[in-house]
Design a binder for this molecule. Sequence first.
Ligand code: 1HN
Length: 347
Amino acid sequence: MDHAIRRTPEREAFYKKIDGENLSALWNVMGDLITPEPKSACRPHLWKFDVIRDYMTEAGKLITAKEAERRVLVLENPGLRGQSKITTSLYAGVQMVVPGDIAPAHRHSQSALRFVLEGKGAHTTVDGECTSMEPGDFIITPSMTWHDHSNETNEPMFWLDGLDIPVVQFFDCSFAEGSKEDLQMITRPAGDSFARYGHNLLPVDVKRTSKTSPIFSYPYAHTREALEKAKARDEWDACHGLKLKFSNPETGDFAMPTIGTFIQMLPAGFKTARYRSTDATVFAAIEGKGRTRIGDQTFEWGPRDVFVVPSWQWVTHEADADSVLFSFSDRPVQQKLDLFREDRGNA
Ligand code: 1HN
């Protein structure tokens, strides 16, 4: 495996002949198809939020959310430019909704997550239930659910969008439609899904078919409390500090079928042991500051900065202050297909 096949005039002539028949010789490409380890065009990168905020503010003068449909700057992986991908399988962008904006209702087969970065009190409505947003909140827009966003506050609101766009693209199963109404009708009281599913109770005999969590907003206040309580125990995982996955209360599985979402705390002074996994991962810092080493590059991060770790590259994190990192990857898909692998070094 992985040896270059010698080229001869006879072979070249043969390749040319079969090319016209839409045929090609496997032996010339096999080494690129089946690599001993993941070989990805995806590169490590960090986006400073302050830079994004400035450009988003400029974009705010150029276009409304209504005209744009979604006013978003796409985080394009430097190794995958022009493809609207932050990793090979995932999309990410930063969205801004300013006072008075309406991002009109639509729905699509792509699943979306929001991780709120800045601003407080703007709203998103998902299938008739409206929720208010604040920094650190993790919000889900499941596949084919109607969603719109609005901002009735007096400050701009920013969040990180994560979508499974490249996965849906790969399977050629994109469906989308717009709504006649910019804002959908509110049909459920605020907090309804959390009341029914967010308290270790489940409605008896309710058969849901969706594989996405029935809780569509995981407020940071709860997430933070979980981290804070567990932090008091002072038991840190060598590779992850204290890392939790957002889960679907009905199944115990990931909150979304295609995207795994996580929150982790790294206490001040903590340096993780090296770790690598096959799920390229997008991180967003919400609190604290520190640095992450990916392969031979080091990235300094603070609140709201976003960075990406490609598949199978060694990672270590180091926190200067108590820090909280949100992250997401395609791990649920890889695990269901028996493809996921991780390596904790010797830790
Ligand atoms: C979308 O629907 C949203 O609803 C954000 O906020 C980003 C990127 C591509 C396709 C649909 C949203 C999106 C998107």
